[in-house]
Design a protein around this ligand. Sequence first.
Ligand SMILES: [Zn+2]
Length: 218
Amino acid sequence: MSVSEWNIGYSVLSEPLRAWKIGTQGPSIHFYGGFHGDEPEGVALALSLKDYLIQNADRFQKKTLIVVPIANPDGFKNQTRVNAHKVDLNRNFPTKDWTSKASQPKYYPGPNPGSEPEVQAFVNLIQESKPHKIISFHSLNPHQINYDGPAHKLAHAMAKHNGYPVTEDIGYSTPGSLGSYAGREKKIAVITYELPEKISPEKAWKESVEAILEAIRF
Ligand SMILES: [Zn+2]
């Protein structure tokens, strides 16, 4: 049985970005939580998932599942959306659509595309591991399963389990996002899984576990 744990990189304030890998066979599926530090719902869900996968690791040995529960540890600690450089990590990915303009300070994309160490760690992880699916946990009102890249069918398969609305457009533009980088440009199926805001960890897990297991099987 294979479970490994390592750091994919470090935050601005030198906090480790912890990662867990369950199984070593087949194309990898990545799960991320907490790109936005003020969305603890997604971190809690990713931590629940990590514990569940470790406890049931025997069942997942024919997969390669990588979980990074806290993508923005400095923001998570300070309960801010942005990292310690006040950058929205989900606007900092090195994409063709990256722009220095932000409609609001909370969307500050950083001085340059890919300038932030947290984003660099994910760019390297994606390059090395070549996932065919990425599920990133956030929270938003309205909750939804948003997708980028070749993930239309995957999004609907997941939504069958919890009735979350499926959206291709989240309602505002997201240049430099993970979905733009990995989904639209690298053609990886990317799901931005938006939990309801303020949902309890128990309820989030209960209404998401079957959708997540579907994403692993799909
Ligand atoms: Zn978010």
